[in-house]
Design a protein around this ligand. Structure first.
Ligand code: PMP
Length: 307
């Protein structure tokens, strides 16, 4: 059931019942894509429920607002408190959190600046994004015929609703063609990212990922995996990746709040490595889950416990 456990949403400082969480059809965001948002997880760890990298998600939301000249009436601390309150209010142990900031109801010119900035936070129970088997067996993906937007068109560092029209094209094409996900190239033809995931390649024990300048979202899981890989002793290089490097890589995997660390077993029907989860992907996945599920100490202070 979608939105299971989502009984109350937080809106501009107050709780509202799920049924009453509505906006006017003439709200600016509905017409012009003027929304920014976050997607984060609250994990049920061995030591209690904890939100993963709460500060970094609040900071990215604040940055998205700044890029789009939206005045957020809340500080990082206010947002953090509100996210914790939403989890508690709904009695959730394990959840997906969706902070959303929209240009609301006022007028419908393209100029959004007179429209109010409304802040919502929802949370609900959520399972594995690419299916429970994906984490172990890997997924089959294709390179999309759709490119990511050029850097001087939409700012990729902002997690804006409008960007996800591009993601939807990539995702729909992949699903209708029988793949789990699509990988978009940037407008120069280099590997960018999935419709909702960053991408990593392992080649000869070196871990590569495309740099921020290739129209990617600055993923928080991506940043975490870079730290974990370096601490496990791997060299990590952020560099331009040509498409064909995917095909000849030893391992390829996605990272994201939803996808976590998902191995890719084929790209464009070309088998990657042995066609299953590669050893370095496996190690990084294990390390990631050991920390977020509380089996290993939270040495990077990534977890914020809900009491
Ligand atoms: N790229 C895109 C386009 C995304 O939507 C996401 C998911 N937020 C990611 C990458 C991964 O980012 P994160 O690890 O912060 O979830």
């Amino acid at each position: 059931m979608p939105f299971e456990g989502c009984k109350k949403l937080w809106c501009n400082g107050k709780f509202i019942n799920f049924e009453d969480s509505k906006i006017h059809v003439l709200s600016h965001a509905l017409h012009y894509g003027s929304s920014i948002f976050e997607g984060e997880r609250c994990y049920k760890s061995k030591n209690g429920s904890a939100i993963f990298r709460i500060d970094d998600h609040s900071e990215r939301l604040i940055n998205s607002a700044k890029i789009y000249r939206m005045e957020l009436p809340y500080t990082k601390e206010d947002l953090n408190k509100a996210k914790i309150a939403v989890i508690k209010e709904n009695g959730l142990e394990e959840a997906y959190l969706r902070p959303l900031v929209i240009r609301g109801f006022h007028s419908l010119g393209v100029d959004p600046m007179k429209c109010p900035v409304d802040v919502w936070i929802a949370a609900w129970k959520w399972g594995k994004y690419l299916g429970p088997e994906a984490l172990e067996k890997g997924v089959d993906v294709k390179v999309s015929t759709w490119a990511r937007f050029a850097p001087n068109t939409f700012p990729a560092l902002a997690k804006c609703g409008a960007n996800y029209m591009n993601s939807q094209l990539i995702k729909m094409e992949a699903l209708l063609d029988g793949y789990s996900e699509g990988i978009a190239l940037d407008t120069n033809g280099y590997v960018s990212e999935g419709s909702g995931e960053n991408i990593f390649i392992v080649s000869k024990n070196i871990v590569y990922t495309p740099p921020l300048g290739t129209s990617i979202l600055p993923g928080i899981t991506r940043a975490s995996i870079i730290v974990l890989a370096k601490d496990l002793g791997y060299q990590v290089i952020e560099r331009i990746i040509p498409r064909e490097m995917l095909y000849i890589a030893d391992e390829v995997f996605f990272t994201g709040t939803a996808a976590e660390v998902t191995p890719i077993r084929s790209v464009d029907k070309i088998q990657i490595g042995e066609g299953n989860r590669g050893p370095i992907t496996g190690k990084l996945q294990q390390e990631f889950f050991d920390i977020i599920e509380g089996r290993k100490p939270d040495k990077y202070k990534w977890l914020t416990y809900i009491e």
